[in-house]
Design a protein around this ligand. Structure first.
Ligand code: SAM
Length: 248
């Protein structure tokens, strides 16, 4: 891994800005999916990711790309890697002079992502904690949280959301795709939740509360989009960062 990213040359490199410690929740509950050296080998299969999402992986990725209008001018932040081809598809939408930055707390995940990308892809990879981003305020045009929040304990989830809103410029957007409280008519509400309770202990929060419960209550955003998928079990929420300087 190189130690700095040349943003004008726009190359695909991973950056270690002083490696953050692996959080306890990740080591304790997700070692099998992300931390273990064999995890990438087992899970980096599009069909498996799709199976875990009950066949909705493509649909949810398409929804993200449609939301972005298949065009990513300026600077875009993807907060946490994901198995599958979502990041490659985002890179394909980066406009001239634009850049996609991806952060993840695990070097093994950044290395895996790097291996999936063309060497000249307009992307920067950063080993960084989503709850303590080192990017400047208002330095991105948009940010994406794809199935990260349900893996984090409440306190970390709240910090991740606060940080994501902090780094997006006024008028820019934060797009969140994750589990949602399913409709009472959705049989998976009764069957899948107990499975997740065993495997992903913090996911139950997303099954019972709206994301707004963990967002800062400081008027820093407005909700501009909300879509529901698969009987309400998945959601895409789009927030626009408010320019509070115009209120003063
Ligand atoms: C985005 S989430 C789930 C993605 C989804 N299961 C998939 O692969 O489609 C998984 C990633 O989140 C990362 N992650 C978890 N906690 C993090 C944190 N505090 N900061 C940055 N990345 C984190 C993990 O290392 C992992 O690579």
């Amino acid at each position: 891994m190189k130690n700095s990213v040349d943003q004008t040359a726009v190359t695909c490199v991973a950056v270690n800005e002083g490696l953050p410690a692996v959080p306890h929740y990740l080591q304790a509950h997700y070692w099998w999916a992300y931390v273990h050296p064999r995890a990438v080998h087992v899970f980096e299969r599009q069909w498996l990711v799709n199976l875990i999402l009950w066949g909705n992986y493509r649909r949810l990725c398409n929804a993200v790309l449609d939301e972005f209008g298949h065009d990513l001018p300026g600077r875009t932040l993807q907060i946490a890697c994901a198995y599958g081809d979502l990041t490659q598809r985002l890179v394909d939408c980066v406009g001239p002079g634009g850049l996609l930055e991806v952060v993840d707390i695990l070097p093994i995940q950044l290395d895996n992502l790097s291996a999936k990308l063309a060497s000249d892809a307009p992307i920067g990879l950063h080993c960084m904690d989503s709850a303590a981003l080192t990017f400047a305020d208002a330095s991105f045009d948009r940010a994406l949280l794809f199935f990260l929040l349900h893996e984090q304990p409440q306190g970390v989830r709240e910090k991740t959301l606060t940080e994501a809103l902090r780094v997006v410029r006024p008028g820019g957007t934060l797009t969140i795709v994750d589990y949602a409280p399913p409709s009472r008519l959705n049989p998976l509400r009764y069957f899948w939740k107990p499975v997740l309770d065993r495997l992903e202990p913090f996911a139950r929060d997303l099954f019972s509360e709206d994301v707004e419960a963990w967002l800062p209550q400081d008027g820093s955003y407005e909700t501009v989009g909300r879509q529901s998928f698969f009987g309400g079990m998945y959601q895409m929420l789009t927030l626009r960062v408010v320019d509070r300087s115009v209120d003063r």
